[in-house]
Ligand binder design. Structure first.
Ligand SMILES: Nc1ncnc2c1ncn2[C@@H]1O[C@H](COP(=O)(O)OP(=O)(O)OP(=O)(O)O)[C@@H](O)[C@H]1O
Length: 260
């Protein structure tokens, strides 16, 4: 494996998050997301995946515990522009009148002064990032005009333009077709091989073992984490999803066997 980037593990230590309405979304969560891996984050609706992402990005203040990126607290890591985030689609206002090029350029804002005037390097990185996700021809389109898969690729391009070394993707495969999913997975594998730290939440359980080196199972706390082979087991999934009927887990395992 190529190691062109510094090791930037994410370490989550005894993390709890209580929202202002007193909702305990996460409690005593411990895990490590290793540099140079793709780690899948799996859990039921409302299990706390987006909450964990928001805590790692420094968008919310934990009620308890610590998160470090490459040994640094989140706020310091943010200042280094290490973390890039591809949000869930419903977390974005798609009516905002902005072009695909402008969205990707937002990834460069952290490197610009208050006037936000892009330089040649900013423009070059934006064009290269669009090229890498196959979205160059859509650069003048309004973001709201794109299909679900194209929107995901535009936000992935923003993460690339940001030169984020730690990339968090919240449900990148929701609403995308099989071809686009494969394209995104191939890109994530390239980024992993370059040494990026990649954490991806997904409800597409059938694909986890095809591209995630490691898996974290989350249901309001971390129930299991480790290599996908060790962790992504039927027993652990039953523990995580609780009420999920056993027949649907069986169907999922059959699907994994067929596809692998
Ligand atoms: N801003 C908020 N204020 C109050 N409660 C919240 C807030 N955001 C999330 N929650 C609650 O915290 C819990 C965890 O939500 P979260 O969005 O992190 O789960 P998730 O695993 O990402 O779910 P999904 O798979 O449906 O996206 C849920 O019960 C949710 O209702």
């Amino acid at each position: 494996m190529q190691t062109t980037l510094p090791r930037l593990d994410i370490t989550v230590d005894n993390l709890s998050v209580v929202y202002s309405n007193a909702k305990l979304a996460l409690y005593s969560a411990h895990c490590t997301v290793e540099s140079g891996t793709i780690t899948g984050l799996v859990g039921p609706n409302g299990g706390g995946k987006s909450t964990l992402f928001n805590a790692i990005m420094g968008f919310l203040q934990p009620s308890q515990g610590r998160i470090h990126i490459g040994g640094m607290p989140v706020q310091k890591a943010q200042k280094q522009q290490w973390m890039a985030y591809v949000p869930q689609s419903d977390a974005v206002d798609w009516n905002f009148p902005v072009s695909v090029f402008d969205v990707v350029m937002m990834g460069r804002y952290g490197y610009m002064n208050l006037m936000r005037i892009p330089g040649p390097r900013d423009r070059r990185l934006v064009m290269e990032s669009l090229e890498r996700v196959g979205m160059s021809e859509f650069r003048h389109h309004q973001i709201g005009e794109l299909s679900g898969g194209q929107k995901k690729r535009a936000f992935l391009a923003r993460a690339l333009a940001q030169e984020g070394k730690v990339i968090l993707l919240d449900e990148p495969f929701t609403g995308v077709d099989v071809k686009t999913e494969k394209r995104i997975v191939d890109l994530l594998m390239q980024l992993r091989d370059e040494g990026h730290t990649i954490l991806v939440s997904t409800h597409d359980l059938a694909s986890i073992s095809t591209f995630c080196d490691r898996t974290i199972l989350l249901n309001r706390t971390i129930l299991a984490s480790g290599t996908t082979q060790e962790t992504f087991t039927q027993d652990n999934l039953e523990m995580t999803f609780g009420g999920l009927p056993v027949y649907s887990l069986n169907q999922m395992f059959q699907k994994v066997e067929v596809e692998s």
